[in-house]
Design a protein around this ligand. Structure first.
Ligand code: 4AD
Ligand code: MG
Length: 428
C-alpha cells in the first residue's frame, strides 16, 4: 500500500491507495474523486472506457467519508492537489458512509463539539493537531537536549498546588484525593535528586467559567531547576519559547498556511523578551482601564492592554505575593512582592507561562501554608525538601493548549485538544 504523501516516488506506476472520500463529482464521461488518507489528498480520475465498467457505474456510492481502496496509475499533474493525479482503474468500498453529518455548510459550534470525533477529519482540525504534535515534540527535544531529566508527576494527589477553589475531588479507595492541578511540587523533589527536571502531562482545574482560554483538562510542561533564581528562570523560559515557535514555523509551514496564520508576528519571537515589573504593568493598565485596582490580578483584557504595546512576548514579574500561590518566594528586597513571572503571548493571546522562584525557607513556608489555610500534614513531604538540604530553585509551567492556540492564531482553546474537556462538556 502507498500513502498519498509518497506519490512522488511512484510516478508512472500502478498503486493501491486506501482512505476516505473527501469529495466527489461527476461530469459526463469523467468522474472525480478526492481521496484523503491522513497524509494528504489525491485526485483520482475515472474515465469512462479507461476504468473498470462497474466502478464507473457505481461511482455514486462514493459519498463523503466512505472508506475505499482505489487502484490506479500515478501521473504528475501540477494542477491537482499535491501535484499528482491518479488515473483510476477501479475502487473497492470498505465501509459506506450514509448522510455524513458534517457537510460543507456552516455548522454551529455546539453541533461540531458534539461531533468532535468526526470534526477531527477536517483540513483545519488535522492542521491544528499536526501543529500540536510538533509543539509537543519540540518541548521534549528542548529539555532533553539541555540535560533535563523527565520525571512525570502523579495525577492523584493528596493536596492543592494552585488554590483550593479549582480542585477536582475524587476518591482514592477510602481516602479523598484530588486530580493534579500542577506537577510542580513533585518537580521540586526530583530537582533535588537530578538538578534539572521536567514533567509533561495532563493537569486538571475545576474552572467554572466558559472562556476562550480555559480547559478543565489541559497539558502542561513544567521544568524545575535547582539553584536557578527568578532571572535564570525567565532566561530559560524565553529560550524555550523561541525554540518552540521557530521550530514550528519551520516544520509546520504548510499547516500554518491552511490556518491562515500571519507568521510575521511569530518570526519576531526571538529572545530576549521584554520584562516589566508588576507595578509598571499595573500603571499602564490603570491608564486605559480605570476600574483596575493596583494590587489585583490581571484579567484577560488587562493583559492585552500591556502586551499590545510589545511585538514580542512579555514577562511581567514581581506580582504581589497576596495574589500568588503559597509556594512563591517573596523578594527579600521588596516587601509584599513575589519572585514570580508570567509570560504574556503576543497579539492578545494572554498568559501562556506562570512560574517563579520557590520559597526555600522552612519557617516562612510553614507560615504560608497556614496563611493559605492548607493542611500542614499534607505538605510534610514538601516541607522536608526545606529540612534536608534546602536550595534556591525556580521553575515554570507552560500551558500546551494555550500555546497551540497562539501559534495557530485561532480564536478558542477548544480546537487545540483532540477531545477537549470544557465547563459543561465532557462528551464525546
Ligand atoms: O499559572 P499556572 O496556574 O501555574 C502553575 O500551575 C505553576 N504551578 C506552574 C509551575 O510553576 N510549575 O498555570 C501555568 C500555565 C498557565 O500560564 C496557562 O498557560 C496554563 O498553565 N493554564 C491553563 N490552560 C488551559 N486551561 C486552564 N484552565 C489553564 N490554567 C492554567
Ligand atoms: Mg497563572
Amino acid at each position: 500500500m502507498v500513502y498519498i504523501e509518497d506519490l512522488k516516488n511512484h510516478v508512472g506506476k500502478k498503486v493501491e491507495l486506501k482512505g476516505w472520500v473527501y469529495n466527489s463529482r461527476s461530469s459526463g464521461k469523467i468522474k472525480f474523486l478526492l481521496l484523503r488518507d491522513g497524509t494528504g489528498i489525491a485526485q483520482c480520475i475515472f474515465f469512462k472506457g479507461a476504468c473498470e465498467e462497474k466502478s464507473f457505474e457505481q461511482f455514486a456510492e462514493l459519498t463523503q467519508e466512505t472508506s475505499v481502496k482505489v487502484v490506479g496509475t500515478v501521473k504528475e499533474e501540477p494542477r491537482s492537489p499535491g501535484g499528482f493525479e491518479i488515473g483510476a482503474e477501479s475502487f473497492e468500498i470498505y465501509g459506506p458512509s450514509v448522510e455524513y453529518p458534517i457537510g460543507p455548510k456552516e455548522h454551529g459550534v455546539d453541533f461540531l463539539m458534539s461531533h468532535r470525533h468526526l470534526w477531527l477529519r477536517s483540513k483545519r482540525q488535522t492542521a491544528i493537531l499536526r501543529v500540536r504534535a510538533e509543539i509537543m515534540a519540540a518541548i521534549q527535544d528542548f529539555f532533553d537536549g539541555r540535560g533535563f531529566t523527565r520525571t512525570d508527576a502523579p495525577i492523584f494527589t493528596p493536596s492543592a498546588c494552585e488554590g483550593t477553589s479549582t480542585l477536582f475531588e475524587t476518591q482514592y479507595f477510602d481516602e479523598k484525593a484530588y486530580l493534579s492541578q500542577s506537577g510542580q511540587l513533585y518537580m521540586e523533589a526530583t530537582a533535588a535528586a537530578l538538578g534539572k527536571v521536567y514533567c509533561f502531562g495532563p493537569t486538571f482545574r475545576a474552572e467554572k467559567s466558559k472562556t476562550r482560554r480555559h480547559l478543565i483538562e489541559f497539558w502542561m510542561v513544567e521544568p524545575e531547576v535547582a539553584f536557578n533564581d527568578l532571572y535564570d528562570n525567565m532566561e530559560l523560559a524565553e529560550q524555550f519559547v523561541e525554540y518552540v515557535v521557530q521550530r514550528t514555523l519551520k516544520n509546520k509551514a504548510e499547516e500554518l498556511e491552511v490556518l491562515e496564520r500571519n507568521t510575521l508576528a511569530l518570526e519576531k519571537v526571538i529572545a530576549p523578551f521584554p520584562r516589566l515589573h508588576y507595578r509598571e504593568a499595573a500603571e499602564m493598565i490603570k491608564k486605559e482601564n480605570p476600574n483596575f485596582v493596583i494590587g489585583d490580578d490581571f484579567g484577560g483584557a488587562d493583559e492585552t492592554i500591556v502586551s499590545s504595546k510589545f511585538e514580542k512576548p512579555l514577562f511581567v514579574h514581581h506580582y504581589p505575593a497576596a495574589i500568588k500561590a503559597f509556594y512563591m518566594k517573596e523578594d527579600p528586597n521588596e516587601q509584599g512582592a513575589s519572585l514570580s513571572c508570567d509570560l504574556l503571548a503576543t497579539e492578545g493571546y494572554g498568559e501562556i507561562i506562570g512560574g517563579g522562584q520557590r520559597e526555600d525557607n522552612l519557617d516562612i513556608l510553614t507560615h504560608k501554608i497556614d496563611e493559605h489555610e492548607l493542611n500542614q500534614d499534607d505538605f510534610k513531604w514538601y516541607t522536608d525538601l526545606r529540612r534536608y538540604g534546602s536550595f534556591p530553585h525556580s521553575g515554570f509551567g507552560l500551558g500546551l493548549e494555550r500555546t497551540v492556540t497562539w501559534i495557530c492564531g485561532i480564536q478558542h482553546v477548544r480546537e487545540t485538544n483532540p477531545f477537549p474537556r470544557l465547563y459543561g462538556r465532557s462528551y464525546p
